[in-house]
Design a protein around this ligand. Structure first.
Ligand code: NI
Length: 135
């Protein structure tokens, strides 16, 4: 019997969306307000889901305490109250769009989740705009 277990988390981060190889005008056209050279912040909401068989001994798919601690150590400590462009190495040469942030989060968590379980990351950049990645 396969069940999906999810944990919701939160972090605040600043970012700027731009490509250094484009002119300011082109960046402005594509990224709009997100190209503000002085950066801007988002209240990101993160939902991490693990899908797999229920362990017959524990009754868990994954211990949510372990999932909670993993999100804290791998994601919140790395991203919360940080400037993603400047302070998070993964975005040194990668635009910190919601899409790319979701993929980076998935890649950071995947090695810590049993390989027989599926992992899905959903990231809300605003209450209405969200992306999902499951590998
Ligand atoms: Ni933005």
């Amino acid at each position: 019997m396969k069940v999906k277990v999810s944990r919701r988390a939160h972090f605040n981060s600043a970012h700027r969306l731009y490509r250094p190889d484009w002119s300011f005008e082109k960046n402005d056209e594509i990224f709009g307000k997100c190209n503000n050279p002085n950066f801007h912040g988002h209240n990101y909401e993160l939902i991490v889901s693990v899908f797999g068989e229920i362990d017959q001994e524990t009754g868990f798919v994954i211990d949510v305490k372990i999932l909670k601690d993993l999100i804290k150590s791998e994601i919140e400590n790395a991203f919360d109250h940080k400037n993603l462009n400047i302070e998070v190495p993964e975005f040194k040469n990668l635009n910190p769009t919601a899409e790319n942030i979701a993929v980076v989060i998935w890649n950071k968590l995947r090695p810590h989740i049993d390989s027989d379980k599926d992992l899905e990351v959903t990231l809300y950049e605003t209450p209405r705009n969200f992306v999902s990645f499951s590998g």
